[in-house]
Design a protein around this ligand. Structure first.
Ligand code: ADP
Ligand code: MG
Length: 380
């Protein structure tokens, strides 16, 4: 952390007012449900975006990221508007814009960012970046914003300023998760509860396999999928697909055009998988999560069609090597796979996936064990 303080001073010529951290996440189950008013079950990972920040009184916002473009971006807060900022700086700038849009009288700042959340890997580096700026601004300006309000604000920043029509899961995971637990969130009511995830106590670990691939069609496809879900809900006369029960599913599918059926099939069954997962975790039956993960992946692959050969191979190789279950986590078209594995087999399963990638001619994946970590917080 002394590095961050020194780097801030070297960049901006004075000490920061404080340092904050906000984590990335894995989502245990509940994929593409958050923009359908459904359920999600993310856990924060022990990788964070960190921000050293000092407020300014002259309306200037200066942004620098160690993973950015190597230059300090200088903006004027009153000129912030969707489309006015390019590149990575959009994400932090968007948060300042969203705060001001919401009526908070916040000004500029000097912001120095660094993150060890792998970018574009489906582990939510963008939300980590947004949320660390949001929480720093909250604390520096004494704003009355709880974890949910911060997440909604960061989501609005990404939707309206950056132009990514994401749901609220990533931001809620980053602000509201707690160490040792997964967050069971109802994205309609924005109510949730922490579900203890004592993996080690049951001899289990979560293995994350970052395939390091990101297929380009991701962004446009995400918006199309979301639009498809909304169209299906409209045709069914529902506010959101969340309102369709598994019992009503067969009848509803009959009333939809063929191209929308697999989307609805996924969302309805995925919400049920979240509920089942939470029931098992609550009962302390963590191993039961395994088959739910694998069924969730099959649904993403065969119905929602957001997986890709690399994520499919990571899932298949992990399960073949002894994982209790595995699935792609995050929006899709690449990114990361999450596997539930017996602790003592973690290394061997990670090695088996790496070997399978080499045999398929893919680049080496990055693998790490994820222990459920704390949400966004002040560091110093
Ligand atoms: P994910 O959120 O799954 O990592 P996204 O495509 O949503 O993937 O967000 C990745 C983008 O977020 C990057 O292209 C970059 O613009 C921005 N970003 C994330 N972390 C950083 C960082 N530390 N510094 C600069 N930009 C970052
Ligand atoms: Mg993102």
């Amino acid at each position: 952390m002394s590095d961050l303080l020194a780097a801030f001073e070297a960049t901006y010529g004075a000490a920061p007012a404080g340092v904050w951290a906000a984590p990335g996440r894995v989502n245990l189950i509940g994929e593409h449900t958050d923009y359908n008013d459904g359920y999600v079950l993310p856990a924060a990972i022990p990788y964070t975006a960190r921000a050293a920040v000092r407020p300014r009184t002259d309306g200037v916002l200066r942004l620098y990221s160690e993973q950015g473009d190597g230059v300090v971006t200088e903006l004027r807060v009153e000129e912030l508007a969707p489309g006015s900022v390019a590149g990575w700086a959009q994400y932090p700038a968007a948060v300042v814009w969203a705060l001001r849009e919401a009526g908070h009288e916040v000004g500029g700042a000097d912001v120095y960012l660094t993150s060890d959340v792998p970018g574009g890997a489906g582990l939510s580096s963008s939300a980590a970046l947004e949320c660390v700026v949001a929480i720093a601004y909250r604390d520096l300006h004494g704003l009355d914003l709880d974890a949910t309000a911060l997440a909604l604000l960061a989501q609005r920043a990404e939707n309206a300023f950056v132009g990514v029509p994401c749901g609220v899961m990533d931001q809620m995971a980053s602000t509201a998760c707690t160490e040792g637990a997964a967050l069971f969130l109802d994205t309609r009511t924005m109510t949730g509860r922490q579900v203890p995830l004592d993996l080690a106590g049951q001899g289990l670990r979560l293995l994350v396999i970052d395939t390091r691939v990101k297929h380009d069609l991701g962004d446009g496809a995400y918006a199309e999928l979301r639009a498809g879900c909304e169209r299906a809900a409209g045709l069914l006369g529902l506010a959101a697909l969340r309102d369709l029960t598994p019992e009503e599913l067969p009848g509803a599918l009959d009333r939809l055009p063929a191209e929308l059926r697999p989307l609805v099939q996924h969302v309805v069954t995925e919400n049920r998988r979240v509920e089942r997962a939470v029931a098992h975790l609550t009962a302390g039956e963590l191993a039961e999560l395994g088959p739910i993960l694998t069924a969730g992946h099959a649904s993403l692959r065969d119905d929602y069609r957001v997986s890709c050969p690399e994520t499919d191979l990571a899932v298949a190789a992990a399960v073949a090597a002894g994982a209790l279950g595995a699935r792609m986590t995050g929006g899709g078209f690449g990114g990361s796979v999450l596997a539930l594995v017996p602790s003592e087999e973690l290394d061997q399963i990670a090695a088996a996936v790496t070997t399978a990638f080499a045999e398929a001619g893919y680049g080496s994946p990055r693998t790490f064990a994820a222990t459920p970590a704390a949400g966004a917080h002040r560091v110093s």
